[in-house]
Design a protein around this ligand. Structure first.
Ligand code: SAM
Length: 189
């Protein structure tokens, strides 16, 4: 997490110049297209929330639970949008079957094991609850992140599918972009 401590104060600014801004805009549009409707008092969790970009896209009426392994990234969050928790996504400190909607955007590529993550995710989701999760394909963008010092794991679509079933999750929808693959997952009832 040391690298994220260095990135935290710069993170928002590094995303502004073109072409990154254009790539991120496309990712946001795809996420909004896939996002299910959620109830006013839904319990929403943003995993690997970083500086809270995803929370700014949602029009949630209550603060979103923002979980991130980097305290430095959590310190950049706005307190009106987020309730921050410093924790690892592989071992979520949340009640079993308590969450309606999970967003995990830009997280899976930092996780070596999808199975552990999906187990942890499925435990906290309510039956019928939904998660929107992204993975990063192997491309120049992924390569650049490695050059900048990140350890990136590319999970194939097959690995992703294989890890879903044992956790009791199923894929409802998916969308492939150049920079990101997005999946809408549901916990079986
Ligand atoms: C690429 S940023 C994505 C931030 C945000 N979701 C977004 O879309 O703007 C990845 C974030 O995941 C966090 N992260 C990486 N590994 C993690 C883990 N094992 N558990 C929780 N957070 C993690 C990093 O600290 C970082 O803030």
């Amino acid at each position: 997490m040391k690298l994220w401590s260095v990135w935290a104060p710069l993170y928002r600014y590094l995303r502004r110049p073109w072409p990154l801004s254009a790539i991120l805009r496309q990712e946001d549009e795809a996420l909004l297209e896939l996002l299910p409707t959620f109830a006013k008092h839904a319990c929403i969790v943003d995993l690997g929330c970083g500086s809270g970009h995803i929370g700014q896209l949602l029009s949630a009426s209550a603060p979103i639970i923002g979980i991130d392994a980097s305290l430095a990234m959590l310190n950049t969050l706005s307190d009106t949008l987020y309730d921050p928790i410093n924790a690892n996504a592989r071992c979520l400190p949340l009640k079993t079957q308590s969450v309606d909607l999970v967003l995990a955007i830009g997280l899976c590529e930092y996780l070596d094991s999808l199975s552990l993550f999906f187990e942890s995710l499925a435990r906290v989701m309510k039956p019928g609850g939904v998660a929107v999760v992204s993975t990063s394909p192997e491309n120049i963008y992924t390569h650049m992140r490695r050059v900048m010092g990140h350890r990136i794991y590319v999970h194939s679509k097959r690995d992703f599918g294989d890890a879903l079933e044992p956790a009791g999750l199923r894929c409802l929808r998916e969308k492939e972009l150049f920079s990101q693959h997005l999946f809408v997952l549901q916990k079986r009832g």
